[in-house]
Structure formats: C-alpha cells, structure tokens
Write a protein that binds this ligand. Sequence first.
Ligand SMILES: *Cc1c(COP(=O)(O)O)cnc(C)c1O
Length: 370
Amino acid sequence: MSCDFLALAVPGVQKLSPYVTGKPIDELARELGIAPADITKLASNENPMGPSPRVLEAIRSELAELTRYPDGAGYELKSRLARQCGVEMAQVTLGNGSNDIIDLVARAYLAPGLNAVYSAHAFAAYPICTQAVGAQSHVVPAIDYGYDLEGMLEAIDENTRVMFIANPNNPTGTWFGPQALEQFLARVPSNVLVVLDEAYIEYAEGDELPNGLNYLSRYPNLLVSRTFSKAYGLASLRVGYALSSPQVADVLNRVRQPFNVNSLALAAACVALEDAAYLAEGRRINDAGMLQLEAGFRELGLTWIPSKGNFIAVDFGRDAAPINAALLREGVIVRPIGGYGLPTFLRVSIGLPEENARFLVALKKVLASV
Ligand SMILES: *Cc1c(COP(=O)(O)O)cnc(C)c1O
C-alpha cells in the first residue's frame, strides 16, 4: 500500500499550484527545432542589456573561493546597502531574490487563523507564500487594474498580520504616488506589517513613485523589499533585500537559511550597486522601448495598461491564449497572465529595440491569422 502523499501535505500546500515561470529559451528552441539565438524572450521582466562587464569581472574573481561557504551574514553587501539607503546595517535582510523575503515574512508572521491582505492581479508570490503557511488571503478587487488602497484598508481585520503591496505592481504595471502611500501608511494599524515591494523602483524617475525608504523611520511596521533581478540585470544569481525596523529584520533573520545568498551573488551585488551608469542606460533603454511598444500597439488598434515597470500588459479583448501560442510558433516568448485573472492580456517585457521590433512584426502577422 502506497500512501497518498498529496493528502498528507499540510492543507495550504495541497491547494497550491506551482508558480508558472516564463518559458525558457532552450525549451522553445528544442520544441521548434531552431537555435536559441533565433528566439526572442520578453517574458520574465529580465534586463535585456545583460549584466555589466564590471559585475562579470567581480564574479570571475570570486570563482576560486567556491569551495567555501559564503559569508552568511553578508557583511560587505549589507554595509554597502545600509550606506546607500541611509539605514543601519541591522535594518537590512538579504534574500535569495526578493521572493525569499516574501517567503520569510510569511513564515515569520503568518499561520492558520491569520491573514494577509493583497490586491487582485497582484504578484503571484503573495498568494503562494500565504497559502503555503496555511494562512488566509483577503484579496481585494482592483480598480482599473490597480490597487484599491481604500478597499485594502477596509479588508484588514483583527487577524491581519501582513499587507503585500507592489509599486509598481507586476503584472499590471499599475502604481500609486507618494501622497497615496502616505495616506495609506497613516491608516494601517501599527501591528500590521506592510510589505512594500519595490522590485522596479530603479526604473522610476523623479517623484512619480514614492521611495519607500523615506517612510521607514516613521513607520516601524513598514518593510521595503528590493531586488537585483530587474534593473541590475542579475536575475539568475538570486539576490534581493529588505529594509525594515531592526526588530523585523531580527525576526526574519531567525527564519532565514544561513547561506541563502551565495558568494557570487554577494560579490556581484556589491559591484552592481556602484554602477550608476548601468542603471541610467537601462532606464533609457526601458523608456524608449516602452514608447516603441506603445506606438506598435496603437498602430495595431490595441489597448494596454499604462506601466511604470519594465513590462507592459496589452489587451486583445478576447482570449489571449491562441495569440500566445502563435507567437511561440514565431519564436517569440511573452507571458500569458490568465493565472492573474487577466485572460485577455499578454504581458510583454521591454527588450532591446530590435527585440521589441521583432515582437511587433510577429504580433502583426499573428493577429492577421489567429
Ligand atoms: C520580479 C519581481 C520580484 C523579484 O523577484 P526576485 O525573487 O528578486 O527575482 C519581486 N516582486 C515583484 C513584484 C516582481 O515582479
């Protein structure tokens, strides 16, 4: 007799569906029988520039030490982050990507009988990490695809411990401004931890998006999470961080795996932080690419959700799955977001000019036939 090990899993886990990632280039290349170089992937909000040469050099010089465990305390990276962000080192938590931070928060602060509040169409890690620990989700309907911050405040009850808010949100690209965040934080009960996920903050210019760091000293219940995966171009290395009160950081540190960030990632992140020119170039490419895609969509008579990220969700007004399938046959990978409650949309990451152009050509062809 073999046991049913699904039934034996804890209740939250039984009901989970695995996170759906962007289709890997090699997988589609195998399926189509073409070279990986002939595939255009605009599916995972990756930085199309590739890592900076200085970062690659830092990784190479670290290779000889791979036999050693990394610095479990991440001293060098934490001290640089603290200096750059104007906080104490004790306020910094390093994560294996910022997904790890979300998971640490859920494990430390959520459990059956407790709940997390987040929006419809919010980043998939929030429901997954909440369910995995058996906690409840209070999912608040969106307004024009964006967050209903007022509704989210109303969804708080005595068992709410965490709110997850991404600014801008993925996959919608929607955002809220400094004043909205200010008013929101002022009304969240002080025992509810607000996770402000700023995975795309480096793409923002001026004060169109609030900088979460400005609110840390006033709100000990605020945690700001950031990542090296997007604007810094290091998605594969898995490194992100949280800035919070020292007490929250201490709690997260208790559930953190001791070596959650590897030595190559630590070395790369330290150097990446100094590379302001790389970030500026990435912003420039992103802004130009966003305009290029919007112009292309306009020409095709399509509408989209205005975005402050490095991606844009375009609406086809009908099931987008066949369009996605046809794009794959053209060697173009984008992201269906039906799993986010947006089945008529595809999310397209901003690429280099030639990648965006290739996508638009493929899209035009596909729309004429599907
Ligand atoms: C991409 C993304 C992350 C970052 O994930 P990593 O684990 O740091 O690679 C976090 N939050 C949002 C909203 C994202 O889109």
